[in-house]
Design a protein around this ligand. Structure first.
Ligand SMILES: *Cc1c(COP(=O)(O)O)cnc(C)c1O
Length: 387
């Protein structure tokens, strides 16, 4: 049975039914995993070797392109592979303007790998108009932002930065991982590329790694296919199959992540009058108005600074039973993270503190568990700390 795909479908329907159903003659409701390295030449679908394409890649790419409002999408082995693919298109001497609160692994890739090949990155706080105004003079080829950022959850005005990037002749790359394709469409807001670590909300089950780059142009689409095969950045068919399975429930999951995270953020804010609680959909968030404009929900991450010592902060996180202390985010289970000793440990301390990542800051990736269970877990760990 073949179903007619339509771009008029809502995101929920597209997530469940999108993509080619390579079911063939078996009637399989879910497409198989094509664990093959190579394909007989001259096949009707045009596959040749799995490094440059596979039915499981193509299926996932079609759905992700649709969800991101993109013309093209290329999947990769991880979010870092997607970042590598984009950066590898630059030549020695090229400049990148990046938001200063960029993901730790992106920073490490720029500074410890691509710097050796003559790529220079200038880091700016792109929530400030005066810094957006500097982009033109720097003459970058790429402007690189995340919104919300990790872990401070700053919201960057994607439309404004896209305009500034284009005036400077640069392409805007948005790392859309924290918002997810459910809550934010960077290409619609003017970005040239939207990348995701599909490891996070897209897959949502913390059981595989993946990445994708979505673009509105064939020029970028072709460059990403080239990077996929020339650099060997391709995912595995099984990984893509898992991500596609996770993707089918993304809309449901992300709604729950948003409501649970808002409840947790509201709890911290009401319990601790001098705590710094960051959540894009709290009215106290410095860029609340922009968040409301460019996102459909606040997503599942809450960043808190209770001003405790490093030791007490770690004790509090270790005392939580439903939040596992672990890197990563966007899975169904709640996780906690202490950036100074975990995700941002590779960022020098002065650079880290310069962008606001103090020793007492922690980040919660709020899962889809029962809201009251999560709040009482937090209360218990706080109570244990006080006694
Ligand atoms: C996790 C993450 C990455 C890297 O993705 P991997 O799949 O772990 O390689 C990049 N950007 C952001 C914002 C992330 O959260």
């Amino acid at each position: 049975m073949s179903k007619e795909k339509t771009n008029a479908w809502g995101r929920e329907t597209m997530s469940v039914h999108g993509g080619h159903n390579y079911g063939g003659e078996t009637g399989a409701v879910i497409p198989p995993i094509y664990m093959t390295s190579t394909f007989e030449s001259g096949n009707a679908e045009g596959f040749d070797y799995t490094r440059s394409g596979n039915p499981n890649f193509r299926n996932l790419e079609q759905v992700l392109a649709n969800l991101e409002g993109a013309k093209r999408a290329s999947v990769f082995a991880s979010g870092v592979s997607a970042i590598t693919a984009i950066t590898s298109t630059l030549s020695s001497g090229a400049k990148i303007v990046a938001e200063e609160n960029i993901y730790g692994c992106t920073y490490r890739l720029f500074e410890q790998v691509f710097a050796k090949f003559g790529i220079e990155v200038e880091y700016l706080d792109l929530t400030l108009q005066k810094n957006i105004d500097l982009i033109n003079g720097i003459e970058p080829q790429l402007v690189w932002i995340e919104s919300p950022t990790n872990p401070l959850l700053k919201i960057i005005n994607i439309k404004l930065v896209a305009q500034a990037a284009h005036e400077a002749g640069a392409s805007l790359v948005v790392d859309n991982t924290f918002a997810s394709s459910c809550l934010q469409q960077p290409l619609e807001l003017g970005a040239d590329l939207s990348l995701l670590s599909t490891t996070k909300y897209t897959n949502g089950h913390s059981d595989t790694l993946g990445g994708v780059v979505c673009s509105a142009s064939d020029e970028w689409g072709d460059k990403m296919v080239f990077a996929q095969k020339a650099l060997g950045l391709q995912p595995s068919p099984f990984g893509c199959w898992l991500i596609q399975r996770g993707l089918k429930t993304q809309e449901l999951r992300v709604k729950r992540h948003c409501s649970n995270a808002l409840a947790v953020a509201t709890f911290f804010e009401s319990e601790f009058s001098d705590a710094v609680v960051r959540y894009p959909f709290l009215e106290s968030h410095p860029q609340y108005d922009i968040a409301k404009k460019q996102m459909l929900g606040g997503s599942g991450i809450v960043t808190v600074d209770l001003g405790m010592t490093l030791e007490n902060t770690r004790d509090f996180l270790q005392g939580l039973k439903l939040f596992t202390m672990a890197e990563s985010l966007g899975g169904i289970e709640s996780l906690s993270c202490h950036p100074a000793s975990m995700t941002h440990a590779s960022v020098p301390k002065d650079v880290r503190e310069g962008v606001g990542i103090t020793d007492s800051l922690f980040r919660l990736s709020v899962g889809i568990e029962n809201e009251e269970d999560l709040i009482s877990d937090i209360k218990s760990s706080l109570a244990a700390l006080r006694s």
